[in-house]
Write a protein of this length. Structure first.
Length: 140
């Protein structure tokens, strides 16, 4: 629904305001889901990736979200539009596997270490395979 309203997926850009920190994905999506427990993995115990406080409320998040101001600029060449198989977020809270949620709706459980690089991939930017190939060529 967020993408239908705004034309793009949420792009994290944490900003300090007088009420605290705003601009994390869980804050942007909250009006659509109305349940902060969706941002917490059922297996989560311990350390949080983000715990921003805004308007006196802690915004917990178990998942690592990959679409932010830096990735759009660096990997998307300024374009926020994702490739269908792009990673949106991961959860590293599972023993020996990584849960990967992709833009096309696929949820993948991958053995830990299976992927050399995990990041968002944008329509205008290079794919991970292209980057690795370029690095290989430059290293010769």
């Amino acid at each position: 629904m967020y993408e239908q309203d705004w034309g793009i997926v949420p792009i994290e850009k944490p900003t300090k305001t007088k009420e605290g920190w705003y601009g994390f994905v869980q804050q942007m999506l909250f009006p659509y889901v109305q349940d902060t427990s969706l941002f917490i993995c059922p297996t989560h115990r311990g350390i949080w990736f983000t715990e921003p406080i805004w308007k006196g409320k802690k915004w917990f998040m178990s998942y690592q979200y990959y679409v932010n101001e830096y990735t759009v600029k660096e990997y998307g060449k300024g374009s926020p539009y994702l490739r269908p198989y792009s990673v949106l977020f991961t959860c590293l809270r599972h023993r020996n596997v990584v849960l990967i949620a992709r833009y096309n709706g696929i949820i993948e459980l991958s053995p830990l270490g299976y992927y050399l690089i995990i990041r968002a991939e944008f329509e205008k930017g290079p794919t991970i395979e292209e980057e690795l190939e370029n690095e290989r060529k430059e290293g010769l």
